[in-house]
Design a protein around this ligand. Structure first.
Ligand code: MN
Length: 503
């Protein structure tokens, strides 16, 4: 389940050239490329391993390299750079067969013009300024979506952008292989959490399957009392547990029941190789309480989750947790729950009935038990906490019928105006960018869900890179958003995605 490191993934550093320049120049190209790949591999801004690949000089070498990339489970993408000119018809067969994403690095080994020394040898060796344009043409001519990163390879900004792209590639790789388990179906009559699971598997790779709650109950009933003892002891040492739930407290059985459900869920997910799941409070036959605390703890361990059968959000939470590996700040299932519409500045209180991930907690979570007026079950255990102020974003993946659309809103998490002692769940308070009026207005025009994947770990750029790899529509709502322009973008995108099948 590890979401702490991406060092088991490789991105291949691929340099294009041709034989025209002769062996001496090609040897220098190789040395320079090796140095850049080595610097990227050592960079703390780039979370994956960067692997130097032999300079490709012919159509056959390029095609062979692309096939190798397709067949390598560790390789999640390529960095392509044309140190010299690499005639791009040589790249057609390779790029057409390539199933991994690539980022086009537009750099030059020498940062500066050697003013006093420059001669034709320098000019022939340092040709990215035109070689990368030739490569760019074939990418555009083939209609391949890709990121272009421009600047000297030693610049922090360049390495940062490459690093963000590799995070997107790791997320894309995760989604391609992800299995989501759904206990129960959607909340009845809800629209936005529905979608075409076959289309999702064709386009995104993710496999989504439903299971009866009875299948889960069987695992829950098989949990031993000894295992529950162990988990309850761990919980009591790790959290601030309310007195009634502690050993000897009159609600202690509820904590044991929560632990039993968690262990049952964990066993089910591990056995099936699932890294994301959904529950539905309407379908809980055989479970004593709605899984709240259990879900919170599983999410904190790296599982994706979506409430009420929301498999798209569950998949995005898991994907974004992988993208965020090793960064500060957590990622959680979230819901825009209720508003503060004060004239001094409107705010959103985000929460859920129970299931907010502990990875976004700013203080030690408190484990409590309260009545839940929905679902008709025994009172569920949950952990409660608040979220640290700062930059964050909400992402929502929806099914538009003919395409998937990813909507991202940058938000600013803010401190509470006053404590909320009676609120029985974990929550975050934020101001959407540019403000609630435009942020929520644009979100609703775009059809964004009430459910989101919320993160404080990754910037929107990662999700933009990801959407390009996945070939899905991307809409960003941030400080630059204007409603009239946003409406035009929606209309143009409708046309684009209708026509693009023939482009
Ligand atoms: Mn919900």
């Amino acid at each position: 389940m590890s979401t702490t490191s991406l060092k088991n993934f490789e991105v291949w550093f691929v340099t294009g050239s041709q034989h025209l320049y002769g062996p001496k120049t090609l040897e220098q190209v190789k040395l320079n490329s090796t140095a850049i790949a080595g610097a990227f591999d050592a960079s703390d801004k780039i979370p994956v391993r960067i692997v130097f690949k032999p300079v490709v000089k012919t159509p056959a070498e390029i095609t062979e390299m692309c096939k190798d990339a397709n067949n390598s489970p560790e390789c999640i993408g390529l960095i392509c750079w044309m140190h010299t000119f690499s005639p791009a018809k040589m790249w057609i067969a390779g790029l057409l067969s390539l199933q991994k994403p690539f980022v086009h690095l537009h750099t030059q080994f020498n940062r500066d013009l050697p003013w006093g020394e420059i001669d034709m040898d320098f000019m022939n060796l340092n040709q990215a300024a035109h070689g990368d344009r030739e490569f760019g043409f074939i990418g555009s001519r083939l209609r391949i979506q890709r990121k272009v990163v421009v600047g000297h390879w030693e610049e922090a900004n360049v390495q940062e952008k490459i690093g963000l792209w590799t995070r997107a590639a790791a997320g894309w790789n995760e989604l391609r292989h992800l299995k989501v388990a759904r206990w129960g179906d959607n909340m009845r009559e809800v629209a936005v959490t529905e979608g075409d699971k076959v289309e999702a598997q064709i386009k995104l790779g993710v496999s989504v399957n439903g299971y009866g709650v009875g299948d889960l109950v069987k695992f829950v009933n098989e949990v031993s009392e000894g295992a529950i003892d162990g988990l309850v002891t761990e919980i009591e040492s790790k959290y601030e547990v309310t007195d009634s739930l502690k050993k000897g407290g009159n609600k202690h059985e509820s904590l044991r029941e929560s632990a039993r459900i968690e262990l049952g869920m964990r066993a089910f997910l591990e056995k099936g190789g699932f890294k994301a799941f959904t529950t539905t409070f309407e379908d809980l036959q055989g479970l004593v309480q709605l899984p709240g605390f259990a879900v919170q703890r599983l999410m904190a361990d790296g599982y994706g989750f979506g409430g009420e059968g929301d498999w798209k959000t569950a998949a995005m939470v898991r994907t974004m947790k992988v993208m965020a590996a090793g960064l500060t700040g957590g990622t959680s299932f979230m819901e825009d729950y209720t508003y503060h519409l004060h004239p001094s500045g409107a705010k959103v209180l985000g929460a859920h009935m129970l299931e907010v991930c502990e990875s976004i907690a700013q203080e030690k979570p408190r484990v409590e038990i309260h009545q839940l007026g929905i679902g008709g079950k025994a009172d569920p255990v949950r952990s409660k906490f608040t979220v640290k102020p700062g930059q964050a974003l909400n992402a929502s993946l929806i099914d538009m019928g003919n395409r998937f659309r990813l909507i991202v809103n940058e938000v600013e998490v803010v401190p509470l105006d006053a404590p909320m002692p009676k609120l029985p769940v974990a929550s975050a308070l934020w101001i959407p960018k540019p403000n609630l009026e435009i942020g929520a207005g644009a979100w609703i025009l775009a059809g964004g869900a009430h459910h989101t994947s919320f993160t404080q770990a990754i910037p929107a750029e990662v999700l933009e890179d990801f959407a390009e790899m996945a070939g899905i529509e991307y809409l960003i709502i941030n400080d630059s958003t204007k409603i009239s322009e946003f409406k035009k973008e929606l209309r143009w995108n409708d046309l684009y995605y209708h026509l693009s099948k023939g482009i």
